[in-house]
Design a protein around this ligand. Structure first.
Ligand code: AMP
Ligand code: MG
Length: 406
């Protein structure tokens, strides 16, 4: 067996960053910027009001208060989107709505709640003193013209997309989204809801891995199910190599008589494929190598093992290819709410667990169900993997490390 870190290092060394491309903002979420983005102009683009109210000359409101209102003539109205074409002259005010440009002459806004209109509406009684700049949002407050909006290696989320739109970009230069092909292997596997003949089971890994890959921000290609036949497996992998940046297979990497994935990938990779027994549970068997530079992840067939293996190896590798600075799920210290027993076997165990914040503000964990590697439901119910180092496990009340899956 080799330590997890050794297997991981092998994977990461082979996962080189993909090319940089411009993508529309609508396709940018989850991608990392490849160059710094700069603002062509200021944001906001002009001085404007943060409040509905009146644009005033602040000196006109000196000493105003609830009992000593100042009367100003209303010389116009400015809605958001209007050009600031009315000047605020001494003794005057302009009715103004949030987002409208500050009209010339004005240097402050009095919020509407601090005013009362006169009966005929021609004037307004201001009941508070305005200081210069009150409720004014200055041009460039958020971003000055030419300022760096985001540095290279920024992973874009919904807020980033909004900021990029606000500086007038409709495309952004990012590291290309990794396209990953997912292949299931096994004579026992049946697609979808087709009836099961004796000995058959349904393919759970491919739907799960496709969904996991997609939810991790990768583009996915469904490579289907390959029978346990070297020619069929070989053809499916070759098909994947044509259009994918990486391939993920499940099944056929153990020591069974029909585990042909090994043989096929050995040949395609010209013997550079590594067959590992990683000192972890689940997901001990793992194969990794490159075929013509394309990383190929040979995940174990047991459904829980395939998902945990994807989390520990494929996801970080693919995020590295997409230029993400942080490729690992967050790990937190958590309180075990129950005994988490295990056997001493030289491996690190990843316990499927439910993590929740308790009333004490700490993260609490408990097992999400049976821990055998075919019990996919317990994996589905888990939102964390508790990392139990080799040994007998821990008792309730112990502090453990948990890898958060969401
Ligand atoms: P293998 O690694 O091919 O020996 O498979 C290990 C176990 O996982 C066996 O019980 C397989 O039937 C099961 N298995 C393999 N592939 C899948 C799959 N795609 N969906 C569900 N179970 C699978
Ligand atoms: Mg198999």
């Amino acid at each position: 067996m080799i330590p997890l870190e050794e297997a991981r290092a092998l994977v990461l060394a082979a996962c080189r960053p993909l090319a940089s491309v411009p993508v529309p903002l609508s396709e940018a979420v989850g991608c990392a910027t490849s160059v710094a983005v700069r603002a062509a102009g200021p944001v906001p683009p002009f001085d404007n009001t943060a409040m509905d109210g009146y644009a005033v000359r602040s000196e006109d409101t000196a000493a105003a208060g609830p009992d000593a209102p100042v009367k100003l003539q209303v010389s116009g109205t400015l809605a958001a989107g209007a050009a600031p074409d009315v000047e605020v002259r001494p003794g005057c005010a302009v009715r103004i709505m949030t987002g409208a440009p500050l009209p010339p002459g004005a240097d402050a806004i009095v919020m509407v709640e601090r005013t009362r209109p006169t009966e005929d509406g021609s004037a307004v009684l201001v009941e508070a003193e305005a200081r210069p700049g009150d409720h004014v949002r200055r041009a460039g407050d958020d971003l000055a013209a030419g300022a760096e909006v985001f540095g290279p290696g920024t992973v874009l989320g919904p807020g980033h997309v909004g900021v990029l739109a606000s500086v007038g970009l409709d495309r952004v230069e990012v590291v290309r989204r990794a396209r990953v092909g997912v292949l299931s292997t096994g004579d026992e596997l049946v697609e979808g809801s087709a009836p099961l003949r004796p000995g058959q089971i349904r393919d759970a890994n491919r739907p799960a891995l496709l969904a996991l890959a997609r939810s991790s921000g990768f583009e996915v290609i469904d490579l289907g199910i390959a029978r346990d036949d070297p020619a069929v497996i070989g053809a499916a992998v070759e098909r994947g190599l044509e259009g994918c940046d990486a391939i993920v297979t499940s099944g056929g990497v153990s020591v069974g008589d029909f585990d042909y994935v090994k043989a096929v990938l050995d040949e395609l990779s010209q013997g550079t494929m590594r067959w590992m027994q990683v000192a972890i549970r689940p997901a001990k068997p793992f194969a990794f190598g490159t075929v013509g530079g394309t990383p190929v992840f040979g995940l174990p067939g047991n459904p829980v093992s395939s998902m945990v293996s994807f989390e520990l190896f494929a996801r970080p590798g693919l995020l590295r290819m997409m230029g993400h600075p942080r490729i690992d799920r967050p790990r937190v210290r958590a309180l075990a709410d129950e005994n988490l027993r295990r056997e001493t076997d030289g491996k690190v165990h990843f316990v499927r667990a439910v993590a929740q914040t308790g009333d004490d503000g700490r993260v609490h964990v408990r097992s999400s169900g049976g821990q055998a590697s075919h019990l996919l439901r317990a994996m589905a119910l888990a939102n964390a993997l508790v990392v139990l180092p080799d040994g007998p496990g821990v008792e309730a009340g112990a502090t453990v490390e948990a890898m958060l899956l969401t």
